[in-house]
Design a protein around this ligand. Structure first.
Ligand SMILES: [Zn+2]
Length: 130
């Protein structure tokens, strides 16, 4: 069973080959050779906090979009997610001089090889019937 923190460890181990950039993801400063993604702890925290804040609402809407379709349709969840992304984009353009505020898909998926496995759907989560 995966322990809390395992995915982070995998991501950190898998990250270098999938990230060709050598600039701080938050402030854009050039990184020292030993630095991974950020020039300082403050930049790492700022990047993570923004993703966490933005992601929480997107998560709720996306889960409803996938598993509570009627409710999601009523509230136009997909449209609202797209609007949120557009707001994030505009804010990034304004405050981050266009630097992306997200990790590249290759970096995210490097730690989630299980998603690409052909047997991924072979073990559906059992659902309790009530
Ligand atoms: Zn920085």
């Amino acid at each position: 069973m995966a322990r809390l923190g395992d995915s982070r460890k995998k991501r950190e181990e898998a990250a270098p080959a999938s990230r060709p950039h050598r600039r701080c993801l938050e402030c854009g400063a050039a990184l020292k050779p030993a630095a991974r993604d950020f020039c300082a702890a403050g930049c790492r925290k700022a990047f993570g906090n923004r993703r966490m804040l933005r992601g929480a609402e997107l998560y709720d809407l996306f889960m409803a979009h996938r598993y509570d379709r009627e409710n999601a349709k009523q509230y136009r969840a997909l449209t609202m997610m797209n609007r949120m992304a557009a707001e994030f984009w505009r804010e990034d353009q304004r405050r981050r001089q266009g630097r992306p505020s997200w990790r590249p898909p290759a970096a995210v998926l490097a730690a989630r090889a299980d998603l690409k496995a052909s047997a991924y759907f072979a073990h559906p989560v059992s659902q309790k019937k009530e």
